[in-house]
Design a binder for this molecule. Structure first.
Ligand code: ADP
Ligand code: MG
Length: 361
């Protein structure tokens, strides 16, 4: 009877599992068979399976799927998560689609989504991510809406232009290396050390780093961000509140920069916490407008990057914003959205507060 009561109180989840056999080192299928499936079996979870055959396959499937699953479990890097959220936007019943939780089992080269949910250790652990799919509580998260060339795109993690996009997109041939490809890409980009000419307009809500850290500490316990940074360890005078608590004020940055990176999740990869004070549901996007520094400085910046140390560098102009617009001056270059390549043309981004759903502690 006790067993029956226990079983009754914990309904089993029914998943759609989506596997990208091409992501990262290409082991997602065998990871599913050897590790994930046995755990689902032990927990009496049920699932339907989609193994993608090409780029866009997941998007086509999810945008017309029946909304009958408790969650979508995605074995891939961040690219397939990007397809899922964009498929939700294209779904006939888009509102309900966005209420279906999405989780990542980290099997790509960039696994920023699961790191954000579960932290650096568990977020890269297939077992912990699988247990989270089975037991995690429903949580809401902000998504971004990007407009470019008359199209609307959903971004859940980041938009990067300049050096950071070069690192991601020019290292794609090295996918077999897993996330080591980002370190190789970083060294190559630091050696070139170029800048991009662009006009960046930001609807700024906060720009004082101490104030942002203080607000982050206050809100983190209520946020789903499992990741914690040690950016506070060497700091001085924390301020008591954010600069502004309103809708923001437009500012313009019109100069050459090494890169601009904007995002909602703290880590772009295991080795880089780009946004140490990012909160998944604060209604704001974190933006770094990074000045060029010397090659030596790029190299020494690697030390502590996984814990967000570059945040405190004066060359890292850090903003919390409601929205921004970016207009590149050149006509070609790398622009990456959630690790996917997009045209190098003007775009604008706004935050969609708590539009997406996921599972966490
Ligand atoms: P990584 O972390 O290695 O970048 P992702 O999961 O981000 O891995 O996927 C990389 C790209 O692979 C994405 O653009 C995705 O749409 C694409 N993709 C998905 N399925 C396939 C497939 N079967 N063959 C080739 N590419 C695919
Ligand atoms: Mg990717």
């Amino acid at each position: 009877l006790l067993q029956a009561a226990y079983e009754g109180s914990r309904p089993k989840r029914n998943f759609l599992v989506i596997i990208n056999p091409f992501g990262g080192p290409g082991k997602a299928l065998s990871v599913f068979e050897k590790l994930v499936k046995p755990i689902f079996g032990a927990a009496h979870s049920t699932f339907d399976l989609l193994v993608t055959e090409r780029r866009g396959h997941c998007m086509e499937y999810v945008k017309t799927m029946e909304l009958k699953y408790d969650a979508l479990v995605v074995l891939s890097g961040d690219g397939l998560i990007h397809e899922v959220f964009n498929a939700f936007a294209a779904h006939d019943n888009s509102k309900e689609a966005f209420s279906v939780p999405v989780v990542q089992i980290p099997t790509g080269s960039g696994n920023g989504f699961s790191i954000a949910l579960l932290g650096l250790k568990d977020g890269l652990d297939v077992g912990a991510a699988t247990l989270n799919a089975i037991k995690g509580a429903h949580m809401k998260l902000d998504l971004c809406r990007m407009k470019q060339d008359g199209k609307e795109i959903v971004s859940f993690m980041s938009q990067t232009i300049g050096m950071m996009a070069d690192i991601d997109l020019k290292s794609e041939r090295l996918r077999w290396m897993g996330d080591t490809r980002f370190v190789v890409g970083y060294l190559a980009a630091a050696a070139v050390n170029r800048t991009c000419d662009m006009k960046l307009e930001i609807k700024v809500v906060a720009r004082d780093k101490h104030a942002m850290l203080s607000t982050y500490r206050e809100k983190r316990s209520k946020s789903l961000t499992g990741q914690s940074s040690d950016v506070s360890s060497s700091d001085t005078t924390p301020a008591s509140s954010q600069d502004k608590d309103d809708d923001g004020e437009w500012i313009v940055i019109d100069k050459k920069l090494a890169y601009v990176c904007a995002g909602k999740l703290p880590c772009l990869s295991r080795d880089l916490m780009q946004f140490p004070v990012a909160l998944c549901d604060d209604g704001l996007i974190d933006i770094v407008a990074q000045e060029r520094v010397s090659r030596l400085k790029w190299l020494t910046s690697l030390d502590g990057a996984e814990k967000g140390k570059p945040y405190w560098e004066p060359s890292s102009n850090y903003f919390k914003a409601k929205a921004y617009r970016l207009t590149p001056v050149a006509t070609d270059g790398c622009f990456s959205v959630d690790g996917e390549r997009y045209p190098y043309s003007p775009f604008e981004v706004e935050v969609m507060h708590r539009l997406g759903s996921t599972l966490g502690d």
